[in-house]
Design a protein around this ligand. Structure first.
Ligand code: COA
Length: 320
């Protein structure tokens, strides 16, 4: 059995920024409403020539540089995404080609906003069992390509971006545990329709639908439960956690999880105001930010958690 350690992080945000104010001219909404209900002020949106794989490539290269690992040494690539370049080949395969990596396993994980946590959990199992030695684990989303910009209840919430980590087999303890759950009974509360079927049947493009208030209630309860589960699995108490890196869906959901952990907000890494909800990319984007600005230090314990359409939810407790 091997340990799996995060040895490098990286991220990418597109240059273009869309502010809440920008939405005021096209939708019946206000900056005040969006900020008060979500904590979001702005989000990044990809340019015409960019794709999920092009964002993932930059994030991956940054993570490889930080880890001091050559792309040719990577033997596993997993991308969590719900906005892939194509239905197949996977965005991970496209990224493999962009990076010029050999014939290693490369695949996408579709676990909505929990995609990165799922990808990390799977890569952890690969490394633990000796099935891989150096993995690229990524969350990348081009959410702007799957939003209905006439639906004010979804389009103001999501943004684009990518975050990546290099996960390596190590002598040192790194990932302490990962936890993954799902419950398909909630499939109609948050979803993207299938473009293949729907375009043939009724000409609808793929777009996101969310019953936000119903999702909110389940998210708060579920994320509180997974905090307990993660700490219990590691025989740890709340005070053992140095940092919380939550999925950035709503500042009110984040605050309630922090409260549950008795964690001051200064110990919570927040990107929601500047980045909005970048689905599977939000956790690795926040991780990279706090590693690079020096907040998260080697040896500290970080709790990451996410919740999304399915519902799917998960957590990872990591010693950096
Ligand atoms: N601007 C102004 N009004 C808006 C709006 C917008 N952008 N979007 C929705 N509204 C309106 C609604 O139409 C509704 O109007 P009504 O009362 O006349 O029907 C009213 O605001 C309240 O809507 P509601 O959906 O109850 O708001 P809310 O307080 O629940 O906030 C979310 C909406 C989406 C911000 C919130 O529910 C949320 O964050 N949900 C969880 C998201 C999540 O965690 N998803 C999983 C991971 S992606």
């Amino acid at each position: 059995m091997f340990n799996a350690k995060i040895t490098g992080t990286g991220s990418y945000l597109p240059e273009k920024i869309v502010t809440n104010k920008d939405f005021e001219s096209i939708l019946d909404t206000t900056d005040e409403w969006i900020y008060a209900r979500t904590g979001i002020r702005q989000r990044h949106v990809i340019a015409e020539h960019e794709t999920t794989s092009s964002m993932a490539e930059i994030a991956a290269k940054n993570a490889l540089d930080a880890a001091g690992v050559d792309a040719s040494d990577i033997d596993l690539i997993i991308i969590g995404t719900s906005s892939p370049d194509r239905i197949f080949p996977s965005t991970a395969c496209i990224l493999q080609n962009r990076l010029g990596v050999g014939d290693c396993a490369a695949f996408d994980v579709q676990a909505a906003c929990s995609g990165f946590i799922y990808a990390l959990g799977i890569a952890h199992q690969f490394i633990k069992s000796g099935g891989a030695k150096k993995a690229l684990v990524i969350g990348a989303e081009a959410n702007s390509r799957i939003l209905d910009y006439s639906d004010r209840s979804t389009c103001v919430i999501f943004g684009d971006g990518a975050g990546a980590v290099v996960l390596e087999a190590s002598e040192e303890v790194g990932i302490l545990s990962t936890h993954m759950h799902s419950d398909g009974q909630y499939k109609d509360l948050l979803y993207i329709n299938n473009p293949i079927k729907d375009q043939q049947q009724d000409g609808e493009n793929a777009h996101m639908t969310m019953l936000g208030n119903d999702v909110y209630k389940v998210a708060v309860k579920t994320l509180s439960r997974i905090v307990d589960e993660t700490l219990e699995a590691n025989n740890m108490t709340k005070s053992d956690v140095d940092w919380l890196i939550p999925h950035q869906a709503n500042i009110r959901i984040i605050s309630s999880v922090a409260k549950k952990l008795k964690m001051p907000m200064e110990r919570v890494v927040l990107t929601i105001e500047e980045q909005g909800n970048t689905s599977a990319a939000s956790v690795p984007l926040a991780l990279d930010l706090a590693v690079r600005d020096g907040r998260i230090k080697k040896g500290e314990t970080v709790l990451m958690e996410a919740f999304g359409g399915g519902f799917v939810w998960g957590s990872a407790l990591v010693k950096m």
